[in-house]
Design a protein around this ligand. Structure first.
Ligand SMILES: Cc1cc2nc3c(=O)[nH]c(=O)nc-3n(C[C@H](O)[C@H](O)[C@H](O)COP(=O)(O)O)c2cc1C
Length: 239
């Protein structure tokens, strides 16, 4: 199986430690591809909208973004991590998510996304891990992913892993191991269940795309939806 990890920070801090605990049992058994932000996507979206209007390869940062997109599409499990910075995901994570706006359902979602599983792992000192996870979950759900599991941790003590109280370190470790066990036992040959909320979002976007396509058959998004057969009876979760 393939796992993609998108790390919202390059720091080998607490987020890194928890992510390593999650991956422990997958190492050597799964093909794990990791991206560290901002190194893996060092530029902000400039708002040119080329990705949406002209094509994702026309993005000034396509050389970075396309490596990440290909790996996202190929992976069976997506792991996104971030510490909370001012109650949200890191700016580097947001910069990447902005670059991936073209993958949102109202534009050109990848059909593979609909049957994938994702884990979001965030932590903070006191408050903000949940809103940081929500920032990421929002994008993932609009990419079409239904099965998104969120882990949030609160340190409530020191911010350095080694200086954390033993009890806290054990509590976090055990929780992440339990989560990892759950994902280790999944049969990734079986596609993830597509939720009703995802289907409804898809059908709403289909209505929009159908109207847009009739109005302008040359629009990139409309052509994509038509090519995928989604303006007819085909659905991304049906193989
Ligand atoms: C710029 C910045 C903003 C932060 N904002 C918050 C916050 O809003 N809430 C919180 O509980 N902790 C906040 N923290 C603390 C970090 O979330 C916490 O130390 C976390 O464990 C850091 O993870 P890391 O070791 O993986 O970098 C902030 C830290 C930084 C550097």
């Amino acid at each position: 199986m393939k796992i993609i990890v998108i790390n919202g920070t390059e720091k080998q801090g607490v987020t890194y430690r928890l992510k390593e605990i999650f991956l422990e049992q997958f190492r050597g058994k799964a093909d794990v591809r990791e991206f560290y932000l901002p190194k893996a996507c060092p530029a902000f979206c400039s708002g040119c909208a080329n990705c949406i209007i002209k094509g994702e390869h026309r993005c000034k940062d396509a050389e970075y973004i396309q490596k990440i997109t290909s790996s996202l599409v190929e992976s069976d499990l997506i792991l996104m991590t971030s510490p909370a910075y001012v109650m949200h995901a890191t700016g580097s994570m947001k910069a990447l998510l902005d670059h991936l706006a073209y993958l949102w359902m109202p534009h050109r979602p990848a059909s593979e996304m609909f049957t994938k599983r994702a884990v979001i792992l965030t932590q903070c000192l006191g408050a903000g891990a949940k809103s940081a996870a929500k920032d990421i979950k929002h994008s993932l759900s609009w990419w079409g992913i239904s099965q998104i599991t969120v882990f949030t941790g609160r340190l409530m003590g020191d911010i350095v892993w080694e200086k954390l109280a033993e009890k806290k370190r054990r509590e976090l470790t055990e929780k992440v191991r339990r989560l990892s066990d759950k994902f280790f036992s999944i049969d990734y040959e079986k596609p993830a269940r597509v939720r009703g909320s995802t289907r409804i979002k898809f059908l709403f976007c289909r209505m929009l795309q159908k109207a847009l396509y009739e109005n302008d058959p040359e629009s990139l998004d409309g052509k994509y939806w038509a090519k995928m057969g989604w303006l007819g009876r085909a659905r991304p979760w049906k193989k």
